[in-house]
Design a protein around this ligand. Structure first.
Ligand code: UDP
Length: 250
């Protein structure tokens, strides 16, 4: 197993990994017969976890909390640590699909609006010949649908699962069902990534990503997010004004 450092960002674990290391970890996870949970953490996750201890607990018990958000890189620096790079979920889905095609890992796409997972599956299969997407289903994270969804995934025999219900629902869904998915090895909360695959959402241009301005692009394209995105300045203030040596809630 590759040794990885874990940084505590306001009580939320974030693992100091690169995309290359993430893919290597996934290889080892796929060889171990249990569900490994991967979360794509950004400042919105961290602020949501301040007010939601159950969500914080889910992140603390995940196998891998990826640094998906430039704000985390700045926050790590504030506590004297270096996160080597962003590992965005929206890029990871492509690289995992590519790896799944090469290794023969079967994939299930859960969540997003009706029809999106099916369209994303068609696009990914065309892009990565040999990729086996053995199931797609929008469903809902509501508890009442839980058993039906678990049955669908288990009937498909999928070894890898992408859950696109947004945070914290997707991450709580995975945690709640970890014990009920015997064939699954890796489950990733992928947020809006399937919407990016299908072109329903468009990522910020490269220069904006490089300048840490992806949030501005998202606010421009999806202005109704403004209230949720207040988490970003609140996160920045908390990071600036929290003394690195104080304890955070566990
Ligand atoms: N979504 C869903 N069911 C829900 C809530 C959200 O399928 O009850 C889907 C939504 O259609 C989108 C995805 O979850 O495809 C991620 O939503 P969002 O962009 O808000 O999440 P983020 O990427 O910010 O975590």
């Amino acid at each position: 197993m590759i040794p990885i450092e874990t940084f505590d960002i306001l009580g939320v674990p974030v693992h100091a990994v690169t995309m290359t290391q993430t893919l290597a970890l996934v290889e080892t996870y796929m060889a171990e017969p249990r569900v490994h949970q991967i979360a794509t953490v950004n400042p919105e996750f961290v602020m949501a976890a301040q007010a939601d201890p159950a969500f914080r607990q889910v992140l603390q018990s995940a196998d891998l909390c990826l640094p998906d958000g430039v704000g985390l890189l700045y926050a790590a620096r504030r506590i004297g640590r270096i996160l080597p790079e962003r590992v965005p979920g929206s890029e990871l889905v492509y690289l995992l699909a590519e790896r799944a095609a090469a290794r023969g890992w079967s994939l299930f796409l859960l969540g997003a609006a009706p029809g999106v997972a099916e369209e994303a599956a068609r696009i990914l299969c065309a892009r990565y010949p040999g990729l086996r997407i053995v199931g797609t289903y929008a469903g809902s994270p509501a508890v009442g649908e839980n058993d039906d969804i678990v049955r669908r995934i288990n009937d498909s025999g999928a070894a890898m699962l992408f859950v696109a219900y947004g945070a914290p629902k997707q991450d709580k869904w995975i945690e709640r069902n970890r014990q009920n998915l015997p064939a699954v090895r890796v489950a990733v909360g992928v947020g809006g990534s399937l919407d990016f695959v299908t072109g329903r959402s468009v990522r910020a241009p490269r220069w904006m990503q490089d300048w840490g301005l992806e949030w501005l692009h998202r606010l421009y394209k999806e202005p109704w997010r403004w209230r949720r995105m207040l988490a970003l300045p609140r996160f920045a203030l908390r990071v600036l004004f929290t003394r690195p040596d104080v304890d955070h809630p566990q």
